[in-house]
Write a protein that binds this ligand. Structure first.
Ligand code: ARG
Length: 565
């Protein structure tokens, strides 16, 4: 399967980039090279032609051509100062909402399965999906979150039988979802007669038998309670209103099959109803089938996803549908998307984005497991993160009260956990490493939170009321001030790039660079003890807008800040 789908990463790369080396000006554009290729001309000459028509006197003190045809722009510091000042007075830090570009975006994420503990894969989907939803909403889109809860399938036969046998109330029985599921499975595999009962129970469930449905609802309610607890602790914006579980689409499944038939796409193969999405080949280079209805009449995961996509496009009026799941579902979504196109259910104007992610690996570079080889439970991870962060905080600042310490440890611990996930290119596997994610140096949440704290402590020490910084004249004089100013001005571009490319690590990298730029500024440019009042005010204003950008950026990652740590 080689079908390229999902957002184009390169598309999100601006043609004009911040220079890596100040020697080449502040910005470097490579537009001339691409253009020259198209025109069949010499790139340096094309660059010169662009310069001849460029009117940037207002913002640049110098524009020149370098190397094979790069255009280097040396900005005026007065212009930079003006721009940062505009940023400082903008509540949205330069991220403009363009009403005509706003889309309705459905984001499908988390999607845990009823009566099963959320595993690390669901954790990744939850964290990445939450960030993408926040970024898309902040970029001005109408975001509809959809939690595609797995609440249907033949496994419910054994789960309900197991629940009925226990005879006590559900919550006591399934306080541990993993144990409950394993127990049902063991009985299904080994206990005489149990599998038969389970199968009959599936038929009763599908037939709408009320007492069976009642047990099924109990399982769902109890599982949701677990999931909601996790969402709340993680600070993830998902509620019961966002749940659109698999069973919701049951009533639409017959028409999915019927309409595929009408469209001439349905083929019978060994009793099953299948489609052959255009362009998909199996190992023998023959068209690859996707089953939409089994020979016994049952429907599948793919049928439900076809129904769900139709619902999102037709009922929710989605312009874009984003699916956040582990990379192993690439083939599934590739085929589902193609079928939606083949059937005309997803018109070309609707963008379908598959957002895959890699695995979480343990220190041994194998899939992350507990020491005894079991699945890592989310709740245990959260507790350990809080505990370990507590140790870091106690060492850093022993003067904090117990309550303060606890609160900060929670924000820092959960922040570290999420950031470790978000900061690596999502498509790659990443190694879970407590020490690295909690380090106060490097590309980590604690480093960013600490930069925010540093700025707050300047304000505390100088008894600065940030409201008094409104409208302060910003000056960009020192190289470190310039570096910081340039970084600040990139925020809006980065938000847009993430909304387009759906790569959260780009926002992380940006925030890390911003924090580093502030660090450099802090070393070189005294703030409270600046030489004169105007410089002091300007540097305070720069600090404040940096703090706001860090806070906003972290918020988009679902991470909080603290004012001391
Ligand atoms: N429940 C699925 C799983 O655990 C994830 C659902 C993803 N969303 C979807 N529309 N298929 O793998």
């Amino acid at each position: 399967m080689a079908a390229a789908f999902g957002p184009d990463y390169a598309q999100a790369d601006p043609l004009i980039k911040l220079s890596a080396n100040p020697k080449f000006g502040d910005y470097q554009a490579n537009a001339a090279m691409g253009l020259a290729k198209k025109l069949g001309e010499n790139p340096r000459q094309v660059a010169q032609k662009i310069l001849d028509h460029l009117d940037v006197d207002e913002l640049a003190e110098k524009v020149d051509i370098a190397g094979p045809g790069f255009i280097n722009v040396h900005l005026k510091t007065t212009y930079l100062a003006q721009q940062v000042q505009a940023l400082a007075s903008d509540e949205r830090l330069g991220v403009a909402i363009e009403a005509d570009k706003a889309k309705t975006v459905v984001v499908d994420y988390s999607g845990p399965n009823v009566a099963k503990e959320m595993h690390v894969g669901h954790l990744r989907s939850t964290i990445i999906g939450d960030t993408l939803s926040r970024v898309l909403a902040f970029a001005g889109h109408r975001v509809i979150r959809q939690n595609h809860l797995g609440d249907w399938g033949t496994q419910f036969g054994m789960l309900i039988e197991n629940l009925l046998d226990a005879g006590v109330d559900a919550s006591a029985q399934i306080s541990d979802l993993e144990d409950f599921y394993r127990n049902a499975k063991q009985r299904f595999d080994a206990e005489e007669g149990f599998a038969d009962r389970a199968r009959k129970r599936v038929v009763a469930l599908q037939g709408g038998d009320e007492p069976t449905l009642e047990q099924w609802r109990l399982l769902i309610a109890e599982s949701k309670r677990h999931f909601n607890q996790a969402y709340e602790t993680l600070g993830v914006i998902l509620t019961d209103d966002d749940v659109r579980a698999e069973s919701f689409y049951n009533e639409f499944l017959p028409s999915v099959v019927e309409d595929l038939k009408q469209a001439g796409l349905l083929v019978e193969s060994q009793g099953a109803q299948v489609v052959f999405p255009d362009g998909f080949k199996n190992h023998e280079d023959e068209p690859q089938a996707m089953i939409v209805q089994k020979s016994d009449g049952g429907y599948l995961y793919a049928t439900t996803d076809l129904a769900a996509a139709r619902y999102r496009i037709e009922q929710l009026k989605a312009d874009r549908v984003v699916y956040v799941t582990d990379a192993r579902q690439a083939q599934h979504f590739g085929m589902v998307f193609q079928t939606l196109r083949d059937a005309g259910w997803a018109p070309p104007t609707v963008e379908l984005d598959y957002v895959p992610f890699g695995m979480v690996l343990g220190p041994n570079r194998k899939p992350f497991k507990t020491r005894t080889g079991g699945t890592v439970k989310l709740i245990d991870l959260i507790h350990e993160a809080q505990e370990r962060a507590g140790a870091v905080i106690r060492e850093k600042n022993p003067d904090l009260s117990d309550d303060e310490q606890k609160n900060i440890a929670s924000v820092v611990g959960i922040g570290a956990l999420k950031y470790a996930d978000l900061s690596s290119d999502r498509i790659k596997d990443y190694v879970f490493d407590w020490d690295r994610m909690l380090a106060l140096e490097g590309n980590t949440a604690p480093y960013l939170q600490n930069a925010y704290v540093r700025i707050q402590s300047i304000f505390r020490k100088g008894e600065v009321d940030v409201a008094s910084l409104d409208g302060v004249d910003v000056q960009v004089v020192e190289p470190a001030e310039k570096t910081l100013a340039l970084k600040l001005l990139q925020f809006a571009g980065v938000v847009d790039a993430v909304a387009l490319s759906l790569h959260p690590h780009r926002l992380c990298t940006y925030l890390y660079e911003l924090a580093s730029a502030y660090h450099g500024f802090y070393e070189k440019c005294p703030v409270l003890t600046a030489a004169d009042e105007a410089t002091r005010q300007s540097r305070l204003a720069l600090s404040h807008v940096t703090a706001r950008t860090l806070q906003q950026g972290l918020n988009l990652l679902g991470i909080d800040v603290v004012s001391r740590m």
